[in-house]
Design a protein around this ligand. Structure first.
Ligand code: TTP
Ligand code: MG
Length: 360
């Protein structure tokens, strides 16, 4: 038997460019070239929600995803601020996934706007490069949207590569070029390295992936324990995880930030009902049923609590979604004022379109 050689794999990662904002611009072409921000209403700088995403023109002003919308307003008051229209994004996402799925390689969708394809059978990087060009053209012609693609021997490096030349990028990292590609990048570019790990690495004087790849492993073990080996591997671009063909996303969530912090149970339950309705619409668009429901609350002062429950059956019954969300909320709530409330559903299976309710 020929041993499995992970260096022979070719993985393609596609990520849509400024996804929600691009969908909005496609919908209203006169917005093209303008700073467009999708997210909560900025209310002349008094809005309390966050930015979902923004066009690259808006990024030039320093606006970013997850930034308070009030700050975005200060950075660019003349930007066009739009509320999210999730069903428009799930439709566009389905269009992208359909194009990717048409190539019959294992396809793993990892979020609303990104997916991996295992294109190893193509055999060489020239073929892979042409396939990527073909996919980019199809996405643009059929949906009017641009995307960025990375191709590499692992999911890890392919993902870093798709982010490398955004927007409208195509980056191919062949096996012999991996270390050279990764070396100058800040450690934060490695998916999974968050603020905490970054800080711990900074304390050791490690800023780039190359510095991490060459750092004394014993010292790394002293700081990160068994995690050190994984850190060393990812710094060398080593990642054997497979593209797991599966349908759809991992979770759907919706949240809302209140104008003023509230402890009114009525207002909180009403907000849950609206969020449940939005989640239900997204499940219907995706033809998915869920099993796990999570309610999240952020209290005055930013302390956040979540509570999850897995149901005995898959469901997308709106009444059940509402009532389970109410129950979880009641179990979670301690009477303090709330700033933000959200619900998330996960553990999906594809549902039969005709079947909208299921008994619990
Ligand atoms: P991303 O792919 O992270 O961002 P993007 O597509 O807007 O921009 P780019 O990839 O070109 O850097 O996320 C995909 C969508 O997910 C994004 O359009 C909106 C949504 N999203 C949020 O709602 N909140 C967030 O904090 C992030 C990061 C994304
Ligand atoms: Mg994206």
């Amino acid at each position: 038997m020929v041993p499995h050689d992970s260096r022979q794999r070719m993985i393609l990662h596609l990520d849509m460019d400024s996804f929600y904002a691009s969908v909005e611009v496609h919908h209203q072409p006169d917005l093209a070239g303008k700073p467009v921000v999708v997210g909560a209403d900025p209310k002349q700088g008094k809005g309390r929600g966050v930015v979902s995403t923004c066009s690259y023109e808006a990024r030039a002003f320093g606006i970013r995803s997850a930034m308070p919308v009030s700050q975005a307003f200060v950075l660019c008051p003349h930007a066009i601020f739009l509320p999210p229209d999730f069903s428009r994004y799930t439709r566009a996402s389905a269009g992208v996934m359909e194009i990717l799925g048409s190539y019959a390689y294992p396809l793993e969708q990892v979020s609303i706007d990104e997916a991996f394809l295992d294109i190893s059978p193509l055999g060489n990087y020239d073929e892979a490069r042409s396939l990527a060009g073909e996919i980019k053209t199809a996405v643009y012609r059929q949906l009017g949207l641009s995307c960025s693609i990375g191709i590499a021997p692992s999911k890890l490096v392919a993902k870093i590569a798709s982010d490398f030349k955004k927007p409208d990028g195509l980056t191919v990292v062949e096996p012999t070029a991996i270390q050279e590609f990764l070396d100058p990048m800040p450690v934060r570019k490695i998916p999974g390295i968050g603020k905490k790990t970054e800080t711990a690495l900074f304390e050791l004087g490690i800023r780039t992936i190359g510095e991490l790849a060459r750092y004394d492993i014993q010292v790394l073990i002293g700081t990160f324990g068994r995690g050190a080996v994984l850190l060393r591997q990812v710094s060398m671009g080593i990642d054997d995880s497979e593209v797991v063909a599966r349908d759809g996303m991992k979770s759907i969530s919706r949240e809302t930030t209140f104008e003023t912090d509230t402890d009114s149970t009525d207002a909180l339950l009403r907000a849950i009902d609206i969020l449940a309705e939005e989640v239900h619409a997204a499940l219907a668009d995706e033809q998915l049923r869920f099993r796990t429901l999570t309610v999240k609350v952020r209290f005055h002062g930013f302390v956040t609590k979540t509570k999850s429950r897995s149901l005995p059956h898959y469901s997308r019954d709106p009444a059940a979604l509402r009532s389970h969300a109410h129950n979880l909320f009641r179990e979670l709530y301690d009477g303090r004022k709330i700033r933000l409330i959200g619900i998330r559903v996960s553990s999906f299976e594809k549902s039969d379109v005709r079947q909208t309710t299921l008994p619990f």
